[in-house]
Design a protein around this ligand. Structure first.
Ligand code: NAD
Length: 281
């Protein structure tokens, strides 16, 4: 079997075009502010990509770049100012933060109504309760990729590798809310390969280059590779050994060009969702 490729780049482009049309028809411009602290080069690339995509969609987007030595109090003051600013609909604090700043203190300070990353415990709680809220961008993008591929999670055995609050946990909850039977596997799981082999839908969000081998993938499984890693030769690779897994899977996302572009598209969609929800009162 040779797997169907799930083209996240193309789907993200279509959704961004549709969103730009929606934004152009609004009587206001949704505002996004991305806060970056310090000079982590990877963060720089992510922030520039988000800002460019937001502008292309017609959003009022601005990046606030603070020095590496910024204190927690200084960053919190910026977040509070953005919370109060009526022109701002979405606030994203780019992670990781320098060590002198407690990540949780900052994420907790973002107004949940403007929390377009979906990392605030209020939004996490809404997801847990199966209620509407702002959902983390990467898992939301995965659900859209599944929908586009015509894959229904209902009743399916889904295995999520990874339990981070950014990807793995919300991913498991979204699949559960969509009626999948979900297993969350992680670094303490005893037999990862055996868990993976049971999956009809396998979502990998670990951060280990090509950890998931071809014989971990059940025939016909849908494989979603969230991982972004540098391979031994410097190439970008996912958590899944793509060529091997493609020989078993029914469908698979590539890295790059799979989940990554969907994350950005969902950030823009979350910003418009937040803007509309705030104005609806
Ligand atoms: P993280 O380090 O916060 O979490 C990794 C998770 O994997 C943990 O829950 C850990 O228990 C589990 N894990 C670690 N080693 C393991 C092992 N050997 N076996 C089984 N489980 C193991 O990472 P994260 O933020 O969730 O990101 C995961 C990956 O996804 C990274 O490669 C990251 O770059 C990528 N990522 C991609 C996007 C995107 O848009 N495509 C967005 C966010 C993260």
């Amino acid at each position: 079997m040779t797997a169907r490729i799930l083209d996240g780049k193309a789907l993200a482009a279509r959704r961004r075009t549709a969103l730009a049309q929606q934004v152009a028809a609004l009587p206001f411009r949704p505002g996004l502010r991305v806060v970056r602290v310090g000079d982590d080069p990877a963060s720089g690339v992510y922030v520039r990509n988000k800002d460019r995509a937001a502008r292309e969609a017609g959003l009022d987007s601005e990046t606030i770049h603070l020095p590496e030595a910024t204190t927690e109090a200084e960053l919190l003051a910026v977040v509070h100012r953005l919370n109060e600013d009526p022109a701002v609909d979405g606030i994203l604090v780019q992670l990781p933060l320098p060590p002198q700043i407690r990540q949780d203190a900052v994420l907790d300070a973002v107004d949940p109504a403007k929390d377009v990353d979906g990392f605030h415990p209020v939004n996490g709680g809404a997801l847990l309760a199966g209620r509407p809220g702002l959902v983390p961008c990467t898992p939301r993008g995965v659900m859209l990729l599944l929908e586009e591929a015509g894959v229904s999670p209902r009743g399916a055995r889904a295995v999520v590798l990874g339990r981070s609050t950014i990807v793995g946990r919300p991913m498991s909850l979204l699949l559960l809310n969509a009626d999948a039977t979900v297993t969350t596997a992680h670094s303490r799981t005893r037999d990862l390969a055996a868990e993976c082999r049971r999956a009809e839908i396998l979502v990998c969000a670990v951060g280990r280059a090509e950890l998931v081998r071809g014989d971990w993938v059940a025939p016909g499984a849908i494989v979603i590779d969230v991982g972004i890693n540098r391979g031994a030769d410097g190439r970008l690779v996912g958590d899944v050994a793509f060529a091997e897994a493609s020989a078993h899977a029914g469908a698979i996302t590539p890295v790059p060009g799979g989940v990554g572009p969907m994350t950005i598209a969902c950030l823009l969609e979350n910003t418009v969702q937040a803007a509309l929800a705030r104005r609806a009162g």
